[in-house]
Design a protein around this ligand. Structure first.
Ligand code: URA
Length: 269
């Protein structure tokens, strides 16, 4: 009888045990090393080939945090509705991330939606489309919504950061603080019945907490949307669930809790 593949190939067995599902090349690649690029390189490849330091060399020096946040506040507070807020955000130059992003990835969905989901920042697919959660994470999010009887079109979806950070790096505190002003105003203008932070990063920003997602998820808090209280909760980010399918069980419990809350508030039947 032929030996199973994983006995014949201990490396494959080890990688499988680590959760690796596909091997892309025989030798490891240092994606942080500087590489020769030609003018024909896709901007995307250029970004991925460079370290975050080099990416940030392409950006203007960060503004003083107070100035950047103050400028964002002055702009955002004047928006009487979501369309105006989006126009102002797309024209706002106070966050350097905008300069390397292809698009401003604006939130979408109906004003007054029963539930609003807020992620961290656009990835490559979202940056190309200028729409939040359209890549693999978005596909999973749509399946999750369907599982509790909601469609993507029925909910509002946005991100804390509307511009893709170079090479998907973690946004800096000043970038987050500046963009946060706009998403807070967006939440106040959308006025969902329930707010869901997707992932630890969004939860930490929106709920102004240091608590990690493992402890934060499933705990309801009251979000102050410009003086209007909104029931809010954090869930695992779909990207994390794609990497860690074993957590889908807990994500399902969190989804059911969101559904129960929506029913209790009379937002859905
Ligand atoms: N991850 C996010 O946090 N937001 C998106 O829009 C896509 C992936």
């Amino acid at each position: 009888m032929e030996e199973p593949q994983h006995f014949r190939d201990p490396l494959a067995a080890f990688l499988g045990a680590c959760g690796v599902t596909a091997v892309l090349a025989e030798t490891p690649q240092n994606r942080f090393a500087e590489v020769e690029t030609t003018v024909d390189s896709e901007p995307e490849d250029l970004l991925l080939a460079q370290s975050d330091d080099l990416d940030d060399d392409l950006l203007p020096p960060p503004a003083d945090e107070d100035d950047a946040v103050q400028a964002a506040r002055e702009v955002a507070r004047t928006a009487p509705d979501v369309a105006t807020l989006h126009r102002l955000l797309a024209g706002f130059d106070g966050c350097p991330l905008k300069q390397l992003a292809r698009t401003t990835c604006l939130g979408e969905g109906p004003v007054g939606a029963p539930v609003m989901f807020v992620g961290e920042a656009p990835g490559r697919d979202e940056d190309e489309a200028g729409r939040p959660f359209v890549g693999r994470s978005g596909q999973l999010l749509e399946k999750m919504l369907k599982a509790i009887g909601l469609s993507r079109e029925a909910v509002y979806i946005s991100n804390v950061i509307p511009w893709r950070p170079p090479a998907n790096r973690t946004p800096s505190p000043i970038e987050t603080a500046t963009c946060e002003v706009f998403v807070r105003r967006e939440i106040a203008l959308v006025r969902p019945k329930v707010l869901v932070a997707l992932g630890g990063s969004a939860a930490k920003t929106l709920f102004a907490t240091d608590t990690g997602i493992m402890r934060q998820r499933g705990h309801w808090v009251t979000f102050d949307a410009d003086g209007h209280p909104i029931d809010a909760v954090a869930m695992f980010h779909p990207a994390y669930l794609l990497r860690t399918p074993g957590e889908k069980r807990r994500a399902w419990q969190d989804l059911l809790a969101v559904r129960r809350k929506l029913v209790a508030l009379g937002a859905i039947t």
